[in-house]
Ligand binder design. Structure first.
Ligand SMILES: [Fe+2]
Ligand SMILES: [Fe+2]
Length: 330
């Protein structure tokens, strides 16, 4: 019998001086003092350190006092890492404030029949599909949580419509229909361990960056436009990818029913996309037109970080190698 008692995940293994400082402060209570902040903004060390700080706002870690969530020294360190990460994201992007063009670009890229989901549908092997799910588990086991932070920062129709989308993400009032729960079921179906945080040590920085971006945008009221732009881009790009992944599961002989997580997203996100575009982005910009550049930032950052992740996965697989940091799958 599986227990419903929640157990927080263990602290991750450090990947460098920054993440070692964060992990040791949480484990031993030693104050985190980092003099220099010269880590690669997209590298393993900074991304894991940032992820670990953010996780204190979600489920925390086993044997870590939840009060660390608001400890000023740790928040100060997190703020420095966030600045480095956000500056690096901005440097990579074309920017601008044309929201319509930014979202059209996302639509065009999503409907191109390329990328990881197309690869998995056409050539993927079972172990590659499972690796893909391991990468995605970092987000999907807390699906829609980062977006919930933005709710108090919105008003009027934008808030009402975003909450309507979140209601679906959280199962429409039914715990067993929560998207995070559907993803856990999919993991079980494919022989993976759906325990929250189970694969944190296995996934590379490029995966963590996609989730850190959501937490960064969600936790800062100043970045509410970016969170909304990210959410719109994510909903626009999901349905075509979900369709391809459902086909990949079928081709690879997954048990019928395993694809529910993806089929759910083909239908739901076609609606979510419209709601996000028209009612959330549209209403937000009508009320706060000065947020247009931030909405563009969110959409472009999503596309850029997803592309980096896709490149890592396809690069490894085409070379016949694992895309994970450690071969955790048997
Ligand atoms: Fe979802
Ligand atoms: Fe959705």
């Amino acid at each position: 019998m599986t227990s419903n008692v929640i157990v927080a995940p263990p602290l991750p293994e450090a990947r460098g001086p920054l993440s070692a400082a964060v992990v040791s402060v949480l484990r031993d209570g030693a104050p985190a003092s980092i003099a220099r902040m010269d880590a690669d903004p997209f590298g393993e060390d900074l991304q894991l350190a940032l992820y670990t700080c953010y996780e204190l706002h979600y489920r925390g870690f086993d044997r870590v006092d939840p009060e660390w969530e608001w400890e000023p020294g740790l928040l100060r360190l997190r703020a420095r890492m966030e600045r480095v990460f956000l500056d690096a994201i901005r440097t990579e992007l074309p920017g601008g404030d044309d929201v319509g063009a930014a979202l059209r670009r996302v639509t065009a890229e999503a409907t191109e029949d390329t990328g990881v989901s197309a690869y998995l549908r056409d050539h993927g092997e079972w172990w590659q599909l499972r690796e893909y799910l391991v990468h995605r588990s970092i987000y999907h086991l807390k699906e829609a949580d980062p977006h919930a932070w933005v709710i108090p920062r919105l008003r009027g129709q934008a808030k009402a419509s975003l909450v309507a989308v979140e209601y679906d993400e959280f199962g429409g009032g039914r715990g067993e229909r929560m998207h995070a729960r559907l993803f856990a079921e999919l993991m079980r179906e494919t022989g993976l361990d759906p325990a929250y945080g189970r694969y944190l040590d296995a996934v590379p920085a490029v995966t963590l960056a996609t989730v850190n971006m959501m937490s960064l945008f969600g936790l800062h009221r100043a970045l509410r436009g970016a969170l909304v732009g990210h959410f719109a881009a994510a909903e626009i790009s999901t349905p075509p990818g979900a369709q391809r992944l459902a086909e990949a599961l079928e081709r690879l002989g997954a048990r019928p029913g395993a694809e529910v997580f993806f089929t759910e997203h083909i239908e739901a996100d076609a609606v979510h996309e419209q709601v996000l575009r028209r009612d959330v982005v549209g209403d937000l910009l009508a009320a706060e037109p000065y947020l247009a550049a931030d909405v563009v930032l969110g959409a472009q950052a999503t596309a850029m970080l997803e592309e980096r992740l896709g490149g890592r996965l396809l690069g490894a697989w085409r070379a016949g190698e694992s895309s994970l940091r450690a071969p955790v799958l048997t």
